[in-house]
Every structure is written in structure tokens, then in C-alpha cells.
Design a protein around this ligand. Sequence first.
Ligand code: PLP
Length: 405
Amino acid sequence: MTQTTPPLGRFGAYGGRYVPEALVAALEELDEHRAKAMADPSFVGELTELQRSYTGRPSIITRVRRFGDEHCGGAQVVLKREDLNHTGSHKINNVLGQALLTKRMGKTRVIAETGAGQHGVATATAAALMGLDCTVYMGRVDTERQALNVARMRLLGAEVVPVDHGSRTLKDAVNEAFRDWVANVAHTHYVLGTVTGPYPFPEMVRDFHRVIGVEARAQMLDEYGRLPDAVLACVGGGSNAMGIFHRFIDDSGVRLIGLEGGGDGPDSGRHAARFTGQAIPGVLHGAYTYVLQDEEGQTIESHSVSAGLDYPSVGPEHAFLRDSGRAEYYPVTDTEAMTAFEALSRTEGILPAIESAHAAAGAMKIGRELGPDALLLVNLSGRGDKDVHTAAKWFGLLDEGEAQG
Ligand SMILES: Cc1ncc(COP(=O)(O)O)c(C=O)c1O
């Protein structure tokens, strides 16, 4: 299936650019610079070199035999190891691209929103590397559940601003980042962290993450002599999933499977399952896409044990892939994700980010359905260091005093 993107970034009915007048010129400037940069061998060369010598690309793939045998119905399960990137997640791929663009645009300051903190850490890292001022907005709830990443950002020289509005999670951090951007757009670039937001962000962020799928497809052919039966990835805004899916879209035999934060279950009212719960298309954060909302169009607060999946909206290209039937999306409950977190840790010595544990839980379900002949590729979007405290509390591994905070 080939898809062409019309000028204003529509994916079918989804996407577009719904922003205040003050940002239109900044988005046009960004679009012009990124189009020129992507066609400029010196930009592409600089980014490729940074990916190699700073991020550590290509990331390897790892066959997880015991996990597949014991938890996935004997299916062959292969992980794409984005957790091994510098700073510990896929987020660095996009941030290095946008930080280089910031310099090309002559801007001196970057801002970002972050949920799990990995995008904030990546942005603070790139800002340190490239000598840019950096402010990161983060919901108060997320600063508490991801305190380690708050400390990392501050050590890197970034200002972290806790947001006390609304649900005090990712959605509210995005609102604050947009407010800052409107006020400071002359010298500030907003390094948006996922494939949401107004055009050109969904397309640009996807293009910086495409490298994941380009590498993984070649690695699967090289090491297994065939394409996987399914590619699985967790979906918050959807950047790691778009990154690994995109190169496989034309391979009609490969199922593309996104796993959403199912929280307490899709019928519980406490979840982030945009495609399964009450979500209907609407506008949030500058794009027309699926949004969890009530009958009056008010955004409903999402819930997930994973800060990075706790978001009431999803990237517009996912909405298109879902409606066209090219990709499938399923909710994974908090309990299922934590079961997969433990299973992967115990059988393979790999502690996944809780976000990525949702993708591993998807492999457990699909593997059991398809059995030993199946070859599954799972995007391990990040490592679990930031989640050790949450997981230790979940499994009751800390004494009372140790479990505080
Ligand atoms: C490790 C990891 N995986 C996945 C996500 C979800 O974001 P996205 O859906 O854009 O990949 C996050 C977000 O913070 C993350 O830190």
C-alpha cells in the first residue's frame, strides 16, 4: 500500500494544522528548513554520523529464545534493541535531527514536553551537546513517577518545569510547551517528542525514526532469511511504532500491531486505549485524530501505569493506518504489561521500559495465537532503569521505608 502525503500533512482525513496564528509562520519555517535539510547531503551526513558515533546505531536485534518458548507459545521472538541507544530509548533519533534543525534555523533555545522523561532526557542531552538552552515541561505526576529522569535532565543543564494543571501528566505538559512556544517563537524551537501535533511534526518525527524499521527489515532478512509475520510496538503518541512500521507498510504479508496503554481495562474508564475506548476523531494539540473525549468534546483524562503511554490522543498517521485496516491496535492492561516486564526480565536478563513491556505483552498474546512457526519482531523502545522503582513497588520488592517516594 503506497500512501502519498498531501501538502498540509493529511493522512486520509487525519492530521492537518490547527494552531494559533502566531505559530503558523514558525511551522512554515520549520517545514521549509526540514525539506531543504533532508535533501542536503551535508545535513544527512552529519545526522548519520551522530547516529553512528553518538547514539550507537545501528541498534542490534536479539532473539529472545526463553521468552518465546516459555511465554509466547514457542514463537520466535526478536527484539529491536532501541533500549541500547545512548540515553536509553528511541527518543534520541528524533531529537538529534530536530536539534540540528534548530541550529540551521539560527535558534538558540529548545523546549520539550515529556511524559516518561526519556524524550526530555534526550532533548537535554542534545542541547548540552550542541550548546542550546533547554526547558522541559513535565506533568507533576510524571515528575514523581519518573524522578530519576528529572534528576538526569537537571544534571545535563536543563530547566525542568513541573506542570500542575489538569491531570498533571503528558497532555498538560504539551499544553504548557505550546504556550511557551507562542511567547518565545523568535528564538525557540519546540522539539515535539512524538508523531502528533500540527504538520509538519507527525511526518518529520516519523522520518527521523524511520531508521529503526529500515535497519530492522534488513537485519531480519539477513539473519532469518525472511520478513517477520508481525511487527509489534507500543503506542503512546506513536513515534517508536511509526519508526519501525513505516518500512514494512508495503510488505502486505507483515502484520503491523500497535499496543496501547489499557490501564485498568478498556471498559474501566481508566485507560489510554484511544482506538478501543471512548475515542472518536477530534482535534487535540494541533492535529485532527482519535482523541479520548466525552459527548461534549471535552478531553477525557487517560490512565496508564506507563507515563509514556498515558496520553489521550495518538498520531494522525496511526489513525489512518487503523481506519484503512493496514495496522491493528490492541489495549494491554497495566497488569498484563507488568507480567511481561517480569517475564522478559527473568528469562532474558533484559529490563524493558514499562512502555516497551506493553509491546512484549502483545508478543505473548500474538505468539500464543500463532504458535511456534511465527516470527515476531518487537520494538524494545527503551530500557527499564527509569522504571525500577515503579516495578519494585508493583511487585512488593521494597520494605516500607524503601518504598516511600
Ligand atoms: C521508552 C519509551 N517507549 C515508548 C514511549 C511512547 O512514545 P511513542 O509512542 O512516541 O514511541 C515513550 C515515551 O515517553 C518511552 O519513553
